[in-house]
Ligand binder design. Structure first.
Ligand code: NAG
Ligand code: NAG
Ligand code: NAG
Ligand code: NAG
Ligand code: NAG
Ligand code: NAG
Length: 211
């Protein structure tokens, strides 16, 4: 049986379009998948994540998510949202994320090491939660970080020396945790003017700001 040339060309063209469409969808929705992994790990009694529909082509129309002109996520704003549960390692897969605002929720568990992969990050606000475990050493890779507020959790261990390499740091608040050991004094820490610094046995409270 012979196929008309036109039909073969036509179906080939159609396949190409399908393939391109599929590749585009997969590429642009990797960030949606990462955020959806967070959603599925959280209890959300106030339904603030209701618009997070993982079948959409990208997460840019979701509430509390902001994208740049290339449809890549730059902000996640979920402070004070009454969310419970744990952070997910997939959060490290948002290469253009600048603001991760999850303060004043009921998040528990550890801060994923993968957050050190968020090299565009300017602000990491996880204060007023129930996070435990150490401050990840990997946060020292965040060369653009200006605001790091992890206060009022139950974080333990020492302050990672790697944070002294983050010369962009302007505001650091680690107060009201269960941190131990010394407060670094070199690198970025030498620029801080301590406005409050209480020592209870070992360090218990450490709150520093520039200016
Ligand atoms: C937060 O969620 C809990 C249910 O887990 C609910 O009882 C409480 O009223 C909510 N708080 C706010 C401020 O919405
Ligand atoms: C906070 O999270 C814990 C553990 O995930 C849960 O048992 C508790 O009900 C949550 N509290 C509120 C107020 O949502
Ligand atoms: C992200 O970070 C983790 C832990 O820090 C590391 O093992 C992993 O290879 C990183 N992934 C990418 C894609 O850089
Ligand atoms: C979470 O922390 C808040 C205050 O930071 C506290 O009132 C609450 O009991 C904690 N929840 C759990 C489940 O530990
Ligand atoms: C943070 O924790 C300290 C000590 O437990 C407490 O005095 C302070 O009110 C907390 N901050 C907020 C905003 O709840
Ligand atoms: C600060 O000093 C510690 C050792 O005390 C070192 O590991 C770290 O690399 C130093 N940081 C900078 C930025 O030199």
């Amino acid at each position: 049986m012979e196929w008309p040339v036109g039909a073969i060309w036509h179906s080939g063209f159609y396949c190409l379009i399908l393939l391109l469409h599929f590749a585009y969808r997969v590429a642009s929705n990797a960030e949606g998948d990462a955020l959806n992994a967070l959603k599925t790990n959280l209890a959300d009694p106030n339904n603030v994540l209701q618009s997070w529909d993982p079948t959409l082509v990208n997460p840019c129309t979701w509430f509390h998510v902001t994208c740049n002109s290339e449809n890549s996520v730059t902000r996640v704003d979920l402070g004070n949202a009454n969310l419970s549960g744990q952070l997910v390692t997939q959060l490290g897969q948002l290469p253009n994320l600048q603001y991760l605002e999850l303060y004043s929720n009921n998040l528990s568990g550890r801060i994923p090491d993968e957050l050190g992969n968020l090299t565009a990050l300017v602000s990491l606000d996880l204060y007023l939660n129930n996070l435990t475990g150490p401050i990840p050493v990997t946060l020292g890779k965040l060369e653009k970080l200006r605001f790091l507020r992890l206060n009022n959790n139950t974080l333990s261990g020492t302050i990672p020396m790697t944070l002294t390499k983050v010369m962009s740091l302007q505001v650091l608040d680690l107060s009201n945790n269960q941190l131990t050991g010394d407060i670094p004094v070199n690198g970025s820490f030498s620029l801080f003017t301590p406005i409050r610094l209480a020592l209870l046995g070992a360090i218990d409270i450490c709150s520093m700001y520039t200016y």
